[in-house]
Design a protein around this ligand. Structure first.
Ligand code: AQP
Length: 376
């Protein structure tokens, strides 16, 4: 295919992937009202594939917010894109974790990503610290990022409140390292949850500034691929589900562990007694049904809630069962991967090798443009 025609096909594919197809089914196969990404499988190593990059922090146990907000998307994206998925352990340093805990968290996270369906034959899965070019490009991007832009980042303000005894410079410059993570692989599309919108906008601005300052053809300006579940709320119903907020349903939790959490979770406050009618749309538990239950089940639950013919416990039980049908197989695959540590090592080593090659190609161009040693 001629280069121009190939580029046009790629652009058309980005537009198709970024569009919404309401007719498809949700994660557990049921008809869903949530936004879904259209997928048209391509040959595995199509050179024309548009590149994408996304990362996840090894800061605790994966939860269903990470799964619905990021991993479900990744599994779809690997069919469409030349996908790079990264365990961002350098970002996790901003929380000053115990070294052994961090090492273990990296492995567990990689296991979770693979068990959720990311296929190392299709996507490149790697650990950020195995590609030193991330830190190198972060410094370049740091020198292009106005302090005022970083001052506006709401995540820094949130994290500073969460860890008042450890407000370090890494926490402040976190979005710059994230800009480098993205730019290094020159992706044309980046999937984000709502919590990352502001950081991606900053990354785009910094990339524009680099291109304007040093010449416009090093980095494409990545488009956003909206997540299927941009903001999954925590069990408290007050803030987004977060590893560090103790409001999560863990992806690897057993059915019994999940039930313990669901049992005590808040529902519509109007339903004090079983005979009190409620409003499903204001109930956090009902919002989870949106991801795990069928249209028919949701209609039945909504009617039962409004007419007070169905109690919150029954509603939670159905949710627990439906969640388990998604989480159970993931737990089994994770257990299998844990039993083969050598296989995980090989996957991560191969991923890192490929990521380093791509990253070095970028850095050769960058060093050349900005006047550092080591350009072409
Ligand atoms: N609640 C959520 N709803 C939808 N998407 C979410 N993501 C995280 N929480 C939700 C998406 O998961 C990906 C990886 O996130 P991360 O772990 O790297 O960082 P995070 O967003 O800061 O996640 P946590 O759980 O809140 O971690 P901590 O508490 O350590 O900061 C991203 O794509 C994110 O959008």
């Amino acid at each position: 295919m001629a280069e121009v025609a190939c580029h046009q096909v790629c652009q058309a594919r980005v537009r198709a992937i970024c569009s919404v197809d309401k007719s498809r089914r949700g994660i557990s196969g049921q008809r869903s009202r949530t936004r879904t990404v259209r997928t048209t499988p391509l040959p595995r190593y199509n050179v024309c594939m548009v590149r994408t990059l996304s990362g996840i922090q090894p800061t605790g146990n994966l939860h269903i917010g990470n799964y619905l907000g990021a991993l479900v998307n990744w599994v779809k994206l690997q069919e469409e894109y030349d996908a790079y998925f990264c365990v961002v352990d350098m970002h996790a340093l901003t929380q000053r974790p115990d070294p052994e805990v961090l090492r273990q968290a990296v492995r567990e996270l990689a296991i979770g990503v693979l068990a959720s369906g990311v296929d190392p034959e299709r996507a490149t899965l790697f650990v950020q610290s195995q590609v030193p070019q991330h830190a190198e490009l972060a410094w370049v991007m740091m020198c292009l990022t106005p302090l005022g832009d970083l001052n506006r980042m709401t995540q820094f303000k949130d994290k500073s409140t969460q860890q008042p005894d450890n407000i370090n410079a890494g926490l402040f410059t976190y979005p710059v390292l994230q800009t480098a993570d993205i730019a290094l692989y020159r992706p044309e599309a980046v999937p984000v949850g709502e919590d990352q919108d502001q950081h991606l906008e900053l990354a785009r601005e910094t990339i524009r500034r680099f291109n304007f300052t040093y010449g416009g053809d090093v980095f494409p300006e990545p488009k956003t691929v909206k997540s299927l579940a941009p903001r999954v709320m925590g069990l408290d119903g007050e803030s987004k589900m977060s590893k560090s907020k103790n409001n999560e349903i863990g992806l690897f939790e057993t059915e019994a562990e999940t039930w313990k959490k669901l049992k005590g979770a808040k529902t519509d406050p109007a339903r004090e007694r079983r005979s009190d009618p409620g409003t499903p749309e204001v109930c956090n538990i009902y919002s989870y049904h949106g991801f795990f239950s069928t249209d028919e089940q949701r209609a039945e639950l909504a009617e039962g809630c409004r007419k007070a013919t169905l109690g919150c416990v029954d509603c939670k039980k159905m949710l627990g069962t439906n969640m388990e049908s998604v989480k159970g197989p993931i737990r089994e695959r994770a257990a299998d991967l844990r039993s083969k540590p050598g296989e995980l090592d090989q996957i991560l080593a191969a991923g890192a090798e490929k990521a380093r090659r791509t990253a070095e190609e970028t850095m050769v161009m960058v060093r050349d443009r900005i006047g550092l040693a080591g350009g072409k």
